[in-house]
Design a protein around this ligand. Structure first.
Ligand SMILES: Nc1ncnc2c1ncn2[C@@H]1O[C@H](COP(=O)(O)OP(=O)(O)O)[C@@H](O)[C@H]1O
Ligand SMILES: [Mg+2]
Length: 512
């Protein structure tokens, strides 16, 4: 066995001296009494020394201690046996169930599939979430990013996608948690178990309590499992990553520890290489596809951050979550004007869908421009045509919200899955002013547009132009009254025949 001795330990960085054979890059070394300290070689310093990064805490490691070269790289378990299980970066199960059987071990360092094996088909990946399917259609075998600061709903949206996929998707979901809260992993595991989705899922976690080396490699481990299902079992894989920014961040920590000069904003000079090494392996081949949806934390909501910019360049769809919409209760808080997808072209989604999507965007953009005027002069000063645009845009905004299955406990609303056809029909009918006389709230948090009718009956437009009050103040999140549109258009009558006093309405809004 190839043995060495520890020459120095600085946090997670360990230098090891080998007098015989120098282990190659990516070799895994073991140290400590129970071989519990795992080190991955990242550099060969000279003829006798290697420098590695520990994937475990290095407490108790001291100079002179013996280190054993395992003779191979880090490996991940693959095979049918890993389904419904939860792993850490080393492939140890962390769900306290029986040991895994029926598995093989494969190196986590693999090359992306060659160009000739890649598929060039463009297929839409339907999610059942209205705003995504209509405005930012995802690509089967593509990479989509969910961009947003903290607490805007990235994790909720990812979880909802797993939920929606299981019904109409024969494939496998692999969830990779990188550097997020550990409790989220535990909660997800429990939720998936309750939902009965676990048999089609694998979970891999390297959360924020783990050292940087572990967070840096856990993505590779998850990809290795995904590649097995794609290449060996010819199945479609949905790979969910929460959060790819933490992978970049772990790389930054490692780079600093290894003594490399930082680049822009303190990021590692090798960020581009590291990220493309991971992202390029997520590919579509003729045998199966890995569709990946990645949450991307945007530091301080700054979308020009190098980490966000680098990630953007790998994606076929970017979904931007906005804090403003989240604060208005418009969930999922997707900003349609900032989000984009390369699938949104007439050749792929079809003429009708494309034209509708363009019209929706135009209406929302016009409303965005009119907001300033409304704030200064009030809605009355707008031309009738502009007023109609405002009504349509606000109705579209409401219609594009959707109750989620994963948020049923705290919204009290049943989750809804909406087909692309229903979503398009709804948008079209709103744009054709069919719902002109409906209160906005009748379109909020519904599934297909047919549900709008059941919620509130249109009343003859005779009610005074007062802020409309919501029908049935159930325990549902209300969109915060948009100050810019205090005066409601006359075309939106109050649902109740008796006008309520202003004060009561405000108290009402508070209670819900
Ligand atoms: N679709 C939604 N419906 C209702 N509430 C939501 C929704 N999405 C997010 N939220 C609220 O926002 C909170 C933060 O969401 P989360 O996904 O954990 O944020 P992130 O992962 O972006 O930090 C949730 O706990 C929930 O209260
Ligand atoms: Mg999150």
């Amino acid at each position: 066995m190839n043995l060495g001795t520890v020459a120095s330990v600085r946090g997670s960085v360990v230098d090891v001296r080998f007098d015989g054979h120098l282990p190659p890059i990516y070799s895994v070394l073991h140290a400590g009494a129970e071989k519990h300290i795992v080190i991955e070689v990242l550099a060969q310093r000279d003829a006798r020394h290697v420098r590695g990064i520990a994937l475990t805490p290095t407490q108790g490691l001291a100079r002179g201690m013996v280190v054993a070269d395992s003779g191979g790289p880090l490996q991940a378990p693959v095979g049918k046996g890993i389904l419904s299980r939860m792993f850490d970066v080393f492939g140890n199960t962390i769900d306290r169930e029986a040991a895994v059987s029926d598995i093989q071990w494969r190196s986590v360092h693999r090359a992306p599939p060659p160009l000739v094996r890649r598929s060039t088909k463009s297929e839409i990946f339907e999610t059942g979430i209205k705003v995504i399917d209509v405005l930012v259609p995802l690509e089967r075998g593509g990479k989509a990013g969910l961009f947003g600061g903290a607490g805007v709903g990235k994790t909720v949206l990812l979880t909802e996608m797993i939920h929606n996929m299981i019904g109409h998707h024969e494939g496998i979901s692999i969830f990779c948690g990188i550097g997020e809260r550990c409790r989220e992993g535990e909660e997800l595991y429990r939720d998936m178990k309750e939902a009965g989705v676990l048999p089609h899922m694998v979970m891999v976690f390297g959360q924020m309590n783990e050292p940087p080396g572990s967070r840096f490699r856990v993505g590779h481990a998850a990809l290795t499992m995904a590649e097995y299902f794609r290449d060996d079992e010819h199945r479609d894989v949905l790979l969910l990553v929460d959060n790819i920014f933490r992978f970049i961040q772990a790389g930054m920590e490692i780079s600093g520890l290894m003594g490399q000069m930082p680049s822009r904003l303190g990021y590692q000079p090798t960020m581009g290489t590291e990220l493309s090494g991971l992202e390029e392996r997520i590919a579509n081949t003729d045998t199966g596809a890995i569709t990946s949806i990645q949450a991307v934390y945007v530091p301080a909501d700054d979308f020009t951050d190098p980490a966000a910019v680098h990630t953007f360049s790998h994606l076929s769809a970017s979904i931007v979550l906005s804090r403003k919409r989240a604060s208005e209760g418009l969930f999922p808080a997707i900003d349609p004007l900032q989000s984009s997808s390369k699938m949104a072209t007439p050749g792929i989604v079809g003429e009708r869908h494309y034209a509708l999507a363009q019209e929706i965007r135009r209406t929302l953009a016009q409303y965005g421009q009119l907001k300033d005027i409304i704030a200064m002069l009030g809605l009355e000063q707008l031309s009738p045509e502009d007023r109609n645009v405002v009504v349509r845009a606000r109705q579209l905004e409401r219609f594009l919200t959707q109750p989620f299955f994963t948020t049923e406990q705290f919204t009290g609303l049943k989750g809804k899955l909406v087909s692309l056809k229903d979503a398009l029909d709804g948008c079209e009918r709103i744009l054709r002013d069919e719902f002109k006389d409906y209160p906005e709230s009748s379109l909020y948090m519904i599934g297909p547009i047919s549900e709008a009718k059941g919620k509130a009956k249109p009343v003859a437009p005779v009610a005074p132009a007062k802020p409309e009050s919501k029908p049935a103040a159930k325990a549902e999140p209300k969109p915060a009254a948009d100050t810019s549109v205090k005066a409601t258009p006359e075309s939106q009558p109050k649902p109740e025949p008796k006008p309520k006093p202003e004060v009561e309405h405000a108290a009402d809004a508070h209670a819900s």
